[in-house]
Ligand binder design. Structure first.
Ligand SMILES: Cc1cc2nc3c(=O)[nH]c(=O)nc-3n(C[C@H](O)[C@H](O)[C@H](O)COP(=O)(O)OP(=O)(O)OC[C@H]3O[C@@H](n4cnc5c(N)ncnc54)[C@H](O)[C@@H]3O)c2cc1C
Length: 381
């Protein structure tokens, strides 16, 4: 079979991976020279812990397994099973962490409630006096988002021996009617195969709107991020603050309600819908975020008060000054709006084997390997 994959973010690349693994030929088309969307702007967190019960957790656990296998074959991904610590700083937050650690599926999720001393034994950099304990999730992992897509493409090229072609700098403009799986790019070239998958991320306008009638059940979300100079010590796990309990579906229930009633977010965190997530890169620098902007049109600039808030939270947890910030950026992802779907798959033409796969939201880096596997299985690749 010949599979045409459009979009070189993690979702498209994982679909290419699945097709190559199953012995097919792949033509992989990307509008930019290289991936430039959410997949290179994210934390690189394979975040299993906070997932909702049911399909979302199942997909995340399967994806975690796949990432580990792919990571062993593609060292350039920088896969590491580092785990995460969600740090709590008072009784109300501790109660949410305790409730999570007492869930019936806590072992499956890799949860353990740690005292401050235990948390520091796992991650000695957490020297801040504010640390009252932490929810450890040993299933969480990390990859390096900036080089990941290139590393995967290189591995595909090597593995596929001529069956994988990457075409950067080509915008797909049209899915051709009356053909099984064919697109025309902005160079006027036609690429034809047996199956077509559009993994075009948060670009839901233009061609995607024309193909879907604009009725996609996804919304776009914009996040602000930053990266510091290298920290002069190892951050052995990813780190989150208790505001992250508010954003991940695994942490609902009485303890969370009590926490929300006892303490509102600071005005800045509330204004920008913030949580702290932090992960150390291979070069020692720290990727730190994030904010959530839901109203469109999005701002085109980044808001300094959000960064000042994050710096304060990190410094209280680490008990030291943050290294200077070297980079700031924003990214946008597409997220399913029905509250249950892990991803949105839609057939684009009744007469064609052409599919749009989008909307994995803030879990797209985590879940992509398993989402692509599901696509491949369901389409009979
Ligand atoms: C700041 C930020 C932090 C995040 N952190 C995490 C995290 O730590 N863990 C996690 O699990 N998830 C995270 N996410 C979510 C995750 O990054 C996304 O869900 C995921 O990257 C989406 O991948 P994608 O391939 O669908 O989209 P993208 O990475 O956006 O890729 C889509 C690609 O398609 C190309 N394209 C679009 N239209 C066309 C066309 N017509 N022709 C050719 N090419 C086209 C684009 O140029 C782009 O390269 C984060 C997202 C953001 C924004």
């Amino acid at each position: 079979m010949r599979v045409i994959v459009v979009g070189a973010g993690v979702l498209g690349t994982m679909h290419a991976w699945q097709a190559i693994e199953r012995g097919h030929e792949v033509v992989h088309i990307e509008r930019e020279e290289q991936a430039r969307g959410a997949s290179v702007r994210n934390f690189g967190l394979v975040w299993v812990g906070g997932r909702a019960d049911g399909p979302e957790l199942e997909v995340a656990l399967r994806a975690r397994e796949l990432w580990e296998g792919i990571g062993a074959r593609v060292p350039g991904l920088g896969f590491r099973p580092a785990g995460s610590l969600t740090v709590v700083t008072n009784e109300a937050e501790l109660a949410v962490a305790r409730a999570a650690a007492e869930r019936p599926d806590a072992a499956e999720r890799g949860y353990r409630l740690l005292t401050p001393e235990e948390a520091r034994a796992v991650n000695p950099a957490l020297r801040g006096e504010a640390v009252r304990g932490a929810l450890y999730c040993e299933k969480d992992a990390a990859v390096e988002p900036r080089p990941a897509q290139r590393a995967l493409q290189d591995a595909l090229r090597e593995r596929a021996r001529g069956r994988y072609t990457f075409l950067g700098g080509r915008e797909v403009r049209e899915v051709l009617p009356g053909r099984r799986a064919a697109v025309r790019d902005d160079h006027g070239e036609i690429h034809e195969g047996d199956a077509l998958v559009l993994c075009t991320g948060a670009w839901t306008g233009g061609m995607v709107r024309e193909l879907t009638g604009g009725e996609l059940p996804v919304r776009r979300v914009r996040l602000q991020m930053m990266q510091t100079a290298p920290l002069d010590e190892e951050l052995t796990t990813a780190v989150a603050d208790a505001d992250s309990f508010r954003y991940y579906p695994a942490y609902g229930g009485e303890a969370l309600d009590a926490m929300a009633a006892a303490q509102s977010q600071t005005p800045v965190a509330d204004r920008h819908k913030m949580q702290l997530l932090m992960v150390q890169r291979k070069d020692g620098s720290l990727t730190i975020g994030d904010t959530h902007e839901y109203e469109t049109p999005f701002g085109f600039d980044v808001q300094e008060e959000a960064y000042a808030h994050l710096t304060g939270v990190v410094e209280r947890i680490l008990g030291r000054a943050l290294p200077p910030v070297r980079r700031r950026w924003a990214g946008v992802y597409a997220q399913c709006t029905d509250g249950v779907s892990v991803v949105h798959r839609q057939r684009l033409r009744e007469d064609a084997n052409a599919w749009l796969v989008t909307g994995p939201g803030g879990r797209g880096m985590t879940c992509s390997p398993a989402i692509a596997e599901d696509t491949a299985n369901s389409l009979g690749w």
